[in-house]
Ligand binder design. Structure first.
Ligand SMILES: N[C@@H](CCC(=O)N[C@@H](CS)C(=O)NCC(=O)O)C(=O)O
Length: 216
């Protein structure tokens, strides 16, 4: 019997976005269970926001306050060790994520087997107080730091950002589900739409931590 065809799911993400961390972990947990061809697509949320005419949700003060509570609850729900950073505004709006996303892109272009570990490490740096090491050598780190200013790396980050805009993305996480192979993938926004994503894929949603999957 032929192996069932894998459905492609693309995750467009930026590690500045805490909600995208939840989506990233859940998709990794479901990759085998849902028989997915899961493609990680680091993009630049600042570019998406600007081009889509959107603004970060926390700019509405009451919503910003709600989000702090929401993220605490969701960290528990998703079993992801997210902790609010000391100064979220400085991390998100002053430091920003362009350099980090370029670093992840540089890794993805040369050493894709490390993309997920490095991405996770960056989320730990931004959104957790617990450290994590992705297991890169000093030499590899030096190479990727250098690659960050290479135009090919900058262009690849732009390319994924433009690809997402082409799909009409307006935020992160943006999940593209290629459900019927007709070249018309479905856009799903947010880490709160997994039951709907499951339905689109014709699969079962077994909660944020499906049986047999490690928490992180
Ligand atoms: N309801 C979504 C919210 C995700 C979200 O707020 N993402 C932010 C970045 S952290 C964003 O891009 N928001 C754009 C928007 O809400 O229009 C979820 O639970 O994942």
């Amino acid at each position: 019997m032929a192996a069932p065809i894998k459905k492609t799911v693309e995750l467009f993400y930026d590690v500045v976005s805490p909600y995208s961390w939840f989506a990233f972990e859940v998709l990794c947990r479901y990759e085998n269970i849902w028989n997915l061809d899961l493609k990680m697509k680091p993009f630049f949320l600042g570019g998406i926001m600007k081009a889509a005419g959107n603004t970060p949700p926390a700019m509405v003060p009451n919503r910003g306050q709600y989000m702090r509570k929401d993220l605490q609850r969701l960290a528990k729900y998703f079993n992801v060790p997210l902790n609010e950073p000391k100064d979220p505004a400085e991390m998100m709006f002053v430091k920003g994520s362009l350099k980090t996303q370029r670093f992840i892109t540089a890794v993805d272009m040369k050493l894709p087997s490390k993309t997920r570990d490095v991405t996770r490490e960056m989320w730990h740096r931004n959104w957790s107080r617990a450290g994590l090491k992705a297991g890169l050598t000093e030499e590899q780190i030096a190479t990727f730091l250098q690659d960050m200013s290479d135009s090919r790396v900058k262009d690849r980050l732009k390319q994924y950002t433009e690809e997402a805009l082409g799909y009409k993305a307006f935020g992160s996480p943006t999940i593209m589900a290629h459900v019927d192979g007709n070249g018309k993938p479905e856009l799903v926004f947010g880490s709160d739409r997994f039951p709907v994503l499951a339905q689109l894929l014709g699969k079962e949603w077994l909660g944020p931590t499906p049986p047999g999957e490690s928490k992180l």
